[in-house]
Design a protein around this ligand. Sequence first.
Ligand code: CA
Length: 231
Amino acid sequence: MRILLVEDEASIADVVARGLTQAGYSVEIAATGQAGLEKAETGLYALILLDIMLPGLDGWEVCDRLRARKITTPILMLTARDAVSDRVRGLETGADDYLPKPFDFAELLARIRALLRRDRLHKTRVIQVGDLTVDTSQRQVTRAGQEIPLTPREYSLLEALAGHEGQTLTREVILERVWLDEESCSNTVDAYIHLLRRKIDAEHSVKLLHTVYGVGYRLCVLPALMPKAAP
Ligand code: CA
């Protein structure tokens, strides 16, 4: 499981990353708020550990922008402060939990596990994108009420996209998330996108699966195009 650690103090980032790696997580470090924001938007993380005091964009701002972009990855805020007003502000900004520094590593781990557990329960749910419904507990997909049979691979691909509605997933992220191996290449992703598109979009005028050229794919209802003004 991948965790994004946004922390500018290298010594702290090092210790935390080492501990989390030992606990079986794979950790990526971003040293600024901006870098954290970019990574969080393009990578798929199970959880984000977000320091508040960062150069440039601070943790509040990062959290706020991620939530505004509908990125729902659980966020655990880390801070040197322990004021109640900060805690409240963190939760209001959309953070899921808050841990004051210095913290005990065992407590950090316990909080991470609790958040991941909560997130998993929360994600066992029905995802709705336009008139497309993905029932993740039954692995069942319907569009406009019609059930669409998918192969397990097609389903996993669709679930990955639907779980990040509106967010562009790169081919690399899709490969890592859906194929879980090194053998497959980005052509495989393109081929499966083609199959999926035929099944979910071909018979509908509103397309949900969109190619973001040079980047990857995303699933969403695009806002209606503005009618062109007469010349
Ligand atoms: Ca800091």
